[in-house]
Ligand binder design. Structure first.
Ligand code: ADP
Ligand code: MG
Length: 485
């Protein structure tokens, strides 16, 4: 459902389209052989092409092209058999060529789509307008010297995929769901690591407002430099309120580029339409049009992994999981793989519950990933077996699991060492029950006089007396017999 903004004069709807720059996973840059590793010493990964030395010519890196095609196929998009590299001309100190090689009228990938998983478990499809390849610029460093700006060209020429969405998003939650799903798909495909903190996925937010029920779009602003999912949500909330205030005050929204200030949590004007760049795009005369063969596309299509949406459907169909549980498990490939090892031959809902609630809960608390889990998938499965065959109760299993997380040891070892085996000996349970009933004669009388709720009290006392080890089903059964006598 649309998320509406309550104004002074009525309700307003947000219209949002996102432009995401995703750094292509590739050893070398888009048009040079220089390396792309993150965190290298400044200017240590710069070829003569990246530094725009006179006479240097770009040579296309086929790996980057294949990564773009792979991404396009993962977004169920049209792959254009012919595309063109254009020069986007502007001056900036970190752009030694004086232009960025990009794709303008003829991008490598056209229309596609992404399925959003919304918080209420429903899904919605959002259109992808296009994906094109372009070079990244260098980086200006303003904090290295008191009076001078330094330039690091390591990023200059690194391949980016610009992925543009249709204006199909209607609020901050939609935008977050879109970015999460896009990042998940890119990671499954292995075409971008999706790491927003390191800048390998960056986002521009286009937003306009219209009165609820209107069908025409309003004038939009484009907010740049929004580099985490949380920041995207905050920028949308801020910008929506700002535009509503302008419109309700009788003004008009300027079509302008704005900048997100993460320190102040606000957007501010960067340049208006009048100052908008004229990039004087034209086809780069140093590069031929890019032609893709059917063979290449078919080969890449065959190599695609099972993607999150397909995996989610399979988890729901073959394991009977809810949309929510399946969505959580498939969000990262490593999580899904962990679950599939743990679930083999076991009750899927029980295993899913242990993986999601107990394991992910514990890992989240310490900021760890499933790949760093001290408890392996096989070990977690073995713990679930002990619950299923009544060796331990679910309650005791939590205690065992906490010890497993701490020590990395097997559940069975911990159960034996600590004497946590469930008591299933009816005689022992009956003895404990008799003791509890004898010690609470007044409550027994009240129960027999009709205060049914006391049954839970007796169960609790018996469990306490057996250190939680009595089999709960047996306790219930024997207790009922004794109390009806
Ligand atoms: P530009 O080339 O100026 O960036 P595009 O047509 O490529 O313009 O649009 C960029 C982004 O803006 C896309 O994500 C698109 O969905 C979004 N967009 C276009 N019109 C609107 C609008 N009226 N409100 C919100 N977003 C919009
Ligand atoms: Mg744009």
């Amino acid at each position: 459902m649309a998320q509406l903004v309550e104004g002074e004069t009525g309700r307003w709807e947000m219209v949002i389209g996102l432009e995401v720059h995703a750094q292509v996973i590739s050893e070398a840059k888009l048009f040079s052989g220089a390396a792309t590793a993150f965190g290298a010493a400044p200017n240590s990964q710069v070829s003569l092409v990246d530094a725009a030395m006179p006479g240097m010519l770009p040579v296309i890196n086929h790996t980057c092209v294949e990564q773009a095609v792979r991404t396009g196929l993962g977004l169920k998009a049209e792959i254009h058999r012919e595309s063109v590299f254009d020069r986007k001309n502007y001056f900036y100190p970190d752009l030694p060529q004086g232009y960025q090689i990009s794709q303008y009228k003829n991008p490598i990938v056209g229309r596609g789509e992404i399925e959003l998983d919304l918080p209420d478990g429903s899904t919605r499809t959002v259109g992808i307008t296009r994906l094109h390849l372009e070079q990244d610029a260098g980086k200006s460093l303003h904090d290295q010297h008191p009076t001078q700006t330094m330039i690091d060209l390591n990023r200059s020429g690194v391949a980016l995929m610009e992925i543009v969405s249709e204006p199909d998003l209607r609020g901050p939650d939609d935008a977050a769901a879109y970015l999460r799903k896009l990042r998940s798909i890119l990671r499954y495909l292995g075409t971008c690591d999706g790491n927003m903190e390191e800048g390998s996925m960056r986002c521009d937010v286009n937003l306009s407002m219209r009165r609820a029920g209107d069908t025409e779009f309003g004038t939009r602003t484009e907010t740049k430099n929004v580099n985490s999912i949380r920041a995207v949500q905050q920028a949308i909330e801020y910008e929506a309120r700002r535009q509503v205030a302008v419109l309700e005050g009788g003004g008009t929204v300027d079509q302008e580029t704005r900048l997100w200030d993460p320190g102040k949590s606000e957007t501010r004007s960067m340049r208006s339409k009048e100052e908008a760049h004229d990039y004087r795009y034209f086809p780069d005369p140093d590069l031929l049009p890019l032609r893709l063969s059917e063979d290449l596309i078919a080969r890449i299509r065959e190599s695609l992994p099972e993607l999150p949406d397909e995996k989610k459907r399979r988890f729901m169909d073959s394991y009977g999981l809810s949309a929510y549980d399946a969505g959580v498990l498939v969000a990262e490939r490593a999580r899904a793989d962990y679950f599939e090892v743990a679930v083999a031959g076991r009750d899927a809902k029980l295993v899913a519950n242990w993986v999601i609630t107990e394991l992910f809960g514990a890992l989240n608390k310490t900021g760890r990933d499933v790949t760093d889990s001290p408890v392996s998938a096989g070990q977690l499965g073995a713990l679930v077996d002990l619950i299923a065959d009544d060796t331990i109760s679910g309650r005791i299993a939590k205690e065992v699991f906490a010890a497993m997380l701490e020590t990395g040891r097997d559940a069975s070892v911990i159960v034996e060492e600590r004497g946590l085996r469930q008591v299933t000996d009816t005689g022992a349970i009956a003895a404990a029950i008799d003791q509890v009933l004898a010690g609470n004669a007044d409550k027994v009388a009240e129960y027999k006089a009709g205060k049914d709720k006391l049954f839970g009290f007796f169960v609790g006392q018996v469990m306490k007396a057996t250190q939680g080890k009595a089999n709960p089903a047996l306790v219930n059964q024997v207790l009922k017999e004794r109390l009806s006598g």
